[in-house]
Ligand binder design. Sequence first.
Ligand code: SF4
Length: 302
Amino acid sequence: MRGNSFEAKVKADGGRELLRLLGVEEPGGVSVPDLTAAGPEGRVARTALALREATGSGGWTLLDHPLLALEVAGSPVYLEPDAVVVRPDGGWTVVEIKSFPTVDGSADAAKVGAAARQAAVYVLALERVAAVTEGARVAHSVLLVCPKDFSNVPTASVVDVRKQRAVTRRQLGRLTRIDEIAEALPEGVSFDVAERSPEELTASVESVPHQYAPECLAACELAFHCRARSREAGAVETLGRSVRGELGGLTTVGAVLAAARGEAGDPDDPAVAALRRARALREEALASAPARMPREHVECPC
Ligand code: SF4
């Protein structure tokens, strides 16, 4: 609710408030076209038309929640920036409104970085429309609007997203196309949630491999499922990619424990040597610990 009311405040006065943040004190008339249309394709087409009309109008236009399309791995993905401002000279600027504060002129660097990466994707999507719009030019600097200090007063800063744009473009170019991935699926596998029963969907999910890592928990709805499979298999990836990297050829928890106990593993392997040393230190610490300290492994709640 706070975010919504802040966004409404930023876009108040028919878009003039936002243009003031952009440094335009007297924008004259600001056009705010209606972008409603049926379905995402309709909204994308309506946005493209509004951008074309605005570019040739010679005035200021604010597109409130336009819808853009970008091809990702051969499939269209729909993106909705908070706003796009069209300048009288045909320049298009992405506006990203965030609810994290700018305190004493600076904001959380990680959050600003995430907002810049997000805005860079919008810039790439806008460039596709600009390529077929005469006189259009997409700015590689975006306007980031945040609440000032701990108030609800908006303040804006211009963020250069050239680097993020270049990185995202390169990453998108390297993605394997979805149809190539689909071709590699076993016969009869389908993830059609509308057509398939829960049992069939479960069987389909079970039939494909996974690459679980704790990072999945923050990004993927299948994370608990993949984590359970990964734990069942005793895969060390459940402990994190960095741990996996440290353990070299030891890929399961069982193999790690056997190596630590001296039951398996090459003693010249640095990972095996480090595990044995760690086990010896642990035994030593437990032997000298007060009796009330738990000696058994306690499962970490996280
Ligand atoms: S949780 Fe999602 S991203 Fe992670 S391995 Fe499973 S399907 Fe892939």
